[in-house]
Design a binder for this molecule. Sequence first.
Ligand code: ADP
Ligand code: MG
Length: 729
Amino acid sequence: MSRIRFKAIEDSMNRQPLVVPTPEGGVSAYFGENVFGLDAMRQFLSEGAYNSVKGAMERGERIDRKMADEVAAGMKAWAITKGANHYTHWFQPLTGATAEKHDAFFEPVDGGRAIERFGGSQLVQQEPDASSFPNGGIRNTFEARGYTAWDPSSPAFIIGDTLCIPTIFVSYTGEALDFKTPLMKALHALDKAAVDVCQYFDKNVTKVIATLGWEQEYFLVDESLFNARPDLAISGRSLFGAAPAKGQQLEDHYFGSIPDRVTSFMRELEIESHKLGIPIKTRHNEVAPNQFECAPIFEEINIAVDHNQLLMDLMARIGRRHNFRVLLHEKPFAGVNGSGKHNNWSLATNTGKNLLSPGKTPKTNLQFLTFFINTVKAFHDNADLLRAVIASAGNDHRLGANEAPPAIMSVFLGSQLSAVLDEIEKKAKTGKMTTEERTALKLNIGKIPDILLDNTDRNRTSPFAFTGNKFEFRAVGSSANCAGAMTVLNTIMTDQLIAFKKEVDAQVAKGKDKDDAIFVILANYITETKRIRFEGNGYGEEWVKEAKKRGLNNFRTTPEALEAWMDKRFVKMFERHNVLSEREQHARYEIYLETYVKKIQIEGRVLGDLAVNNIIPVALQYQNVLISNVKGLKDVLGAAEFRKAAAIQLEMITEISNHVAGIKNGVDAMTEERRKANNIDDWQKKAYAYCNKVKPYFDTIREHIDKLEMLVADEAWPFPKYREILFTK
Ligand code: ADP
Ligand code: MG
């Protein structure tokens, strides 16, 4: 009956792994070969042009027009040797995907000929016809156009036949319309704030960069099965599907052997990533069936963000060559784990020191404790903002379900460091510390690293965990642009470090010893932030109760979580550090609400269509089979025997009717709520309406569909089932 489903299963079973040839010479021979990095620049640029790009990369210096022309010429020459014939400004609008508009290198000239053309002006600035990107009203009221501007701090690269130039995307009135602009501003602010604090400990520190190592989780689904599930294809997640007999309960997938077809996909992904300079290092299976993860070596955040965006793009492209569709949705399947994107974050100095790595000498220990405790303080004071920045329709299914970090923001430090903090607090409380005591404390802390480096002290249920030499923000969604979370994290850290320095300086001005002042202030922070520290099981119900007692927020839905964007305290903080203006924040708030509404709206439409047009008809057809069976029995059996023989069928007929009615009534009521919600103009109210009035019907409708899936003949069921989607290799 459903030829599509059977064809899809057949296709998926007959797939052979592609042979992926390994390029010659090992990774070192081709790593970064498609990137206009320092080596390529040295070869294709004059010394002056090379130095001006380097100055821009390292010190944010301006590149003048003449130099830009030279850089463009060199970049083009390099790109053409790589077979490129188009170029594009590559940017990261607030949709979450990346955007590109390809232009050819050539321009037609008189006489029907063409000349190759790509100069400084094409490199530096473009005006994409991008009026359909979300702008939260900025461009409607001010100026209709936006433009992209070259970001020389992230190197250009080639994909296929196109030279891609990383850019930022701003409106003509200067407002950021993308993820990168505020991120770069936050990183700039952090550099200064962190260097100022480092100066207490080490005069040689003149630059601090923030580092990011992301871990990308994803699902792979066979292309034919994917195409036979319009809910997956259109909304990115399955909106129905009965739980398979076997899910992840055996935990046999995690770190299990990787199937051949997946291995060849991963192999090609690695090779192409390496050619683009993305330092992918690990790959393994994840907890859920057909779920995987890959992670690179950490990099400076600006580059790491670009690399993650590029990787997501590559995954989709390469996946298709292997007849896979890559699902980046946070929760594509109910009942099995969802996908996250852990953001490992730390700070590194120009002197080669990781500021979140416990030191071996008393001086570096105090520096470590300073950055460590200031991070905890920043997280504590701005927890709602961190919750806001990871909010999305997809992530709502993950946070707070019993598998991902809860929606309650807390910090895990591990028993060793918790003990250290408690000791500092106690010592500071008992009055003045003697010099010996201070030294003792410092020496004590000197023992930390050895214990920390063995990874037993781990908590996988915390949204923000210290893991020995970095913090891991684990609540970020798998489809998110890391730049969102990283902008917030680095801004709150900036704000905190500035406040800390002010306090220390004030104490020192009063004649207090600097180290003492630092200890006392850190001790106060330890006291003030206690409620945010949690070392227990974040998945448990007890934590929800305990967190409530502690006064920690638990925003379970996106509209609730997003409200923090408009909190005056946060608005002022972003303004203070010149990361986002109030207008820009307001625009962002609207865009996030709008995106949320549209996602739920699309899901509602797809679910309604499939339920009414595909599932109800199949259920009724099967019911007719049962009805003719009953009629036949009645013809051939006597009354008493008939009653016995037809009992189950009659029950099933009624059950099917009930589920059909449940679906149809649910869809009708949902559609009515959608209509009402669509008439609301205010984005916040609209988002709440979609969240509280429309979305709850998804569950009721689904429940009936999943029951029908178990009732109706397998051969009649029109859509690939969970067991087929999740267990084909
Ligand atoms: P584990 O796998 O035990 O969590 P890893 O050291 O492999 O520990 O780290 C996991 C991720 O954290 C990787 O992506 C890695 O690049 C990243 N990472 C490690 N050190 C840092 C750091 N200093 N800053 C940012 N990310 C880091
Ligand atoms: Mg991790």
